[in-house]
Design a protein around this ligand. Sequence first.
Ligand SMILES: Nc1ncnc2c1ncn2[C@@H]1O[C@H](COP(=O)(O)OP(=O)(O)OP(=O)(O)O)[C@@H](O)[C@H]1O
Length: 617
Amino acid sequence: MQVVGVTTQQEVYIASRERKFHINEILVIEDPALDNPRGEVVETLSYNRLIPMGLDKSLVDAQVIQTLEQIGYDIESDEVNLAKLRLYEEAPHPVRTGCPVRLPSFHEVRHLLVKASPDDGMMLGEIRGTESMANTIDEDLKDRVVIMERGELRPQRGVPFIFDIKSMQQYPHVGIFGGSGSGKSFGLRVMLEELMQLHIPTLVFDPHFEMDFRETASGLEERAPDFRDLFTSVQIGKEVGISFSDLSTRDVVALLGAAGGQLSESMVNVIQMLHRRRDNFTSFSDRVSNLVQALDEGKQGLEKQLKNPDLTPVDVQRIQDLKQLLQQYGSLPSSSVKGVHWRLQRLEKAGLFQQDIRAIERGLEQGRLVVVQGSAWVLQVFATYVIGTLYRKRREYKDAQMNGEEEHYFPPFVVVTDEAHNFAPKALESPAKAILKEIAQEGRKYGVFLFLATQRPTLLDETITAQLNTKFVFRTVRATDIATLREETDLTAEEGKRLPYLRSGDTFVSSAAYGRTIFIRIRSAYTKSPHLTNPFDELKRFSEQQDEKLLDTLLKTLPIFDTDLIQVLKQVNRECGLGWDLNRLKEELERMARSGKLTKHETPFAVRYDRGKNMKV
Ligand SMILES: Nc1ncnc2c1ncn2[C@@H]1O[C@H](COP(=O)(O)OP(=O)(O)OP(=O)(O)O)[C@@H](O)[C@H]1O
């Protein structure tokens, strides 16, 4: 391998007759005057005289060909392999053309590839293009990950990619971008597995109900750590909720704002007028619903009711209370009070006020990963509240510590969410956005970090995107998203061109900590998502199970005459937990007869179903 053509301080072309270049591989140029610079292959090409097209239009120009000829290549008959090598560091003067080029040993490039010790970094995958160093790699970096490629597991061949979690203090926050099926969720799962193993308190919002770590991926049973004690899964409305009496009026405004479209000024005013400190949910929502009633009845209506001679003293008291409410707040517009009332009911129905967030605090204090599950809109409302509350706790602890005061310890933590563009959309207001923005800008001071994943980087708030110091960029096809990612990372034009073609699980890591982009393959996850069964397999299994149950029940009632199907229907519905009507039962009996599971005998008086030829005895 040797340098050919015109060189610059940043880039050189390299040619080889024997060796095909690999994209992203690292090479050393033996130019002692420049201290043997290193670089990475960013483009490759093989030229064969039998296919002589495009050479002049591609990465090589006439000068490269000329040099090749000068140094003895027979352009007309040899196959020539060419690569464009980008130097890691700009050279003070151009590289000498003709210099020999070789593969490095691991130690020559270790500092460029490994920034953390394998025991306290996140072991996320394998650096592409490092396979040639397999023999020289340090013992403690060998066999750290298993890679899944084309559906098969294989051992690690190159250098593992270790994300230095400690560098987040300096370069906080992580973004994970990629289109559908690009391996983004898979990558997120691997990151969460690593955070768990490092016992880093982590709060995950899981709108897809997929972040469960109990099932081990097949083939990895021997290596997979047991994650069961390292994570807790909580559902909004079941294990966790919002403790209403802890909310300030401002919090209530934010919360109700998240419960539907944006609040009108008049609704904000209604909340500010009606909410009192330490209100619990019942006291506040009763006040609102009583006011709705009072406004509907009006002063005259209420006075008329008071004249009713059949009223009990309790009724009278109630009407007097409504009158007083009307006197105090009668000027508030009824439609706004109703709007607030509707939102309160919506949140209550979602079970949001039945619990508190103690289970989450406990989990984080124990260094666990806490997965919060709920439907998308409830999750947004809850995320706003819970992130805000926990961030405040951590901040109070740190501020108190700075001032030498005593404060209950609250640990640093990481917030993770997929579909981040829904939580912090660009150019739109959303309740969670304010708090995410604050953490993006100031979180590192307090040890609170974000891992945000999205399919649509273009739709994510740009202040937040700019603060994500490490970006994992998976396959992306949409031109607008590629443009955004190019703007927001140090991806080169060549890398940008590769984005639509990346394999699922391959990703560029553009990190301020490395100062350049690294191309890696995410390791195989130890665990799998509970949704991984193909929905069509699930459908098939479900109908098979249902058929089996049905046959078991029918077997007990054979022979079946179509004159007494009602009895059979009752039994089938009871034993199989179904809600069929007579027609449905008839259809199913027909189907069973057609498939040979039952036999059908027709007589002039009735139809009889009996044991089928294919039926198990
Ligand atoms: N690192 C990897 N190694 C092996 N296979 C992978 C890897 N990453 C992804 N895959 C395969 O690609 C599939 C799609 O990946 P994944 O579900 O993570 O996509 P996604 O980008 O999250 O898409 P969506 O946003 O639609 O959920 C996975 O089910 C898995 O089979």
